[in-house]
Design a protein around this ligand. Sequence first.
Ligand SMILES: [Zn+2]
Length: 643
Amino acid sequence: MITPQTIEQIKNRIDIIDVVGEYVKLKKRGANYLGLCPFHNEKTPSFTVSPAKELYKCFGCGKSGNTITFLMEHDKMSYVEALKFLAARYNIEVEETEASPEQKQLQQASDSLYIINNFAQKFFDEKLFQTEEGQNIALTYLKERGFREDIIKKFQIGFNPSQRDELAKALLQNQFNKELLPKTGLVVVRNETELIDNYRGRIIFPIHNNTGKIIGFGARVIGKADKAPKYINTPENEIYVKSKVLYGSYFARLAIDKANECLLVEGYTDVVSLHQAGIENVVASGGTSLTTDQLRIIKKYSNNLTIIYDGDPAGVKAALRGLDMALEEGLNVKLVLIPDNEDPDSYVNKVGAANFQNFVAKNKKDFILFQLEVMLKDAGKDVNKKNEVVNHVADTLSKISKAEDFTKLQEYIKQCSALLKIDEGGLTNLVNKLKRDKIAKDEKRLPFEEANFILQQSQQPEDVLGDNFSLLNQDEAYEKNVLRVLLEYGLRSWDEQKTMAQYIFEELEQFSFDNIDLGNLFNDYRTRFEQGLQPDAKSFLYHPDDAVRNLVMSITIVQHELSQKWDERLEGMNIVNRDVSLQDVKNSVSIFKLQKLKKLIEENERDMEHATYDEFITLHQIHKHLKEIQSEITKELGTVIMK
Ligand SMILES: [Zn+2]
């Protein structure tokens, strides 16, 4: 662990313009700098760097972070590597301390898993290329399937010998922790103490994370699988989380960026074959239906997802389920069905790369229309079933909710109503009704109709409140918001006696945070403040704990965007340097209190339902009291805004 003192020194020396400027040509614009984003292709610059906040944000692709995350993302450094890189750059000597026992254990477990995986990969590589069994059986098989040696090496494909425990023996000989080994899935325990190889006689596909480290393996039988499963995969452990894995993402990320399209196939061999043919923007889900986490990984690189299927109609229908999720994530999903019972692997080998790409481009079908066709075919002439189809399509379309997708939605309604042979206006009405229902449902959860009403009545709600406006709709946002103002204005003075931070502490004395991480951050700030450390957002941006860093970043990014909007608006109104911090802090604290009060009132109401008469009297008094405080704060909030 690098000592806090060293981190502090590095932090004080970091100049984000200097570091990012090495990679991106930056031009000054107002308080910020602007350049062409290094994370996506663009012609007009939307990559903004704020030297004051030590942050960057791309308004094109959404990438954002600080100097450290820039190095981590752009140069694939780890957090510690990035710190050491900066220390070297600024001639700062790095002091390191011992980590806490828990940290050490966790870190050691994941480090060990990486080390074991790395060892195993080298072992598998050697067995494939340098043993008789490997060459005669595995390598021959791979070559028969059309894989070239350079691509086998690129994907680090290997072979686990068929003998009972060759890998297990090698691992033990190299003193790897015997308790930890089964976690990797490479070996299994037999007869209580004996370790034997789990992937005997199988071809091994290492699975890499986004920085190229091996997190697990897929082990495939050679030839046809009769009784044994075709693939065995690594079990979930500290570094392998199935729902977050996309096979090939490490090799595909640049190509996806460039093509602005991600191809999704089912199997590992599909990915490798397409790569070999020069089609590199491809990843595999590993055969399960897509998870939200996987969709988000894809979305980091591109909004265009093309799914390449080889299944029968039933398989296709199963795969279609869950894709509504992709719509909600704002992805454009297209589908391509590979013909004649081929899979992408065999098809690209048969027709060649150019024809394959041509086929994909020509046969790409829109997900929504494709789904509609499948369902219509299914429904046949059954009127009830056809009604179901109409409702289903309307429901899917109602999930396209982003304002910028309006034209897209119009186009869909046109095409779908034509396919369904129904009136366009009717479908529009149905979609709008479903959208309204959804909004109404969300609004039912909306607390403080009263406060909200006042906010809406106010003349310039945004001027006073900024994004506080939307806080009444979100569960944890108001907690985050208090931390935002604390980090942003905490050290400024509230009045002659105290700072904003002290005001916030006093006001929130009686309340606690629901979100544990936010609560911890609040307490952490308070401790530092009371120790006289003058904490601000920056001092947390370089926190050694990932979770804290990310949390503070997510809070300050909002702040960064907000203040940018602010700057523009204030400049437009010719008001510069207007200090809004007092109102911002006051409103944020009031909204926090209102939310907490609402929860208390609700709890109390629930208690009242089951109370005896005596209890009821007491609870009712509490109820009245809480309501009074609530109305006081609401009134106060109103007058602040009305001013
Ligand atoms: Zn970008």
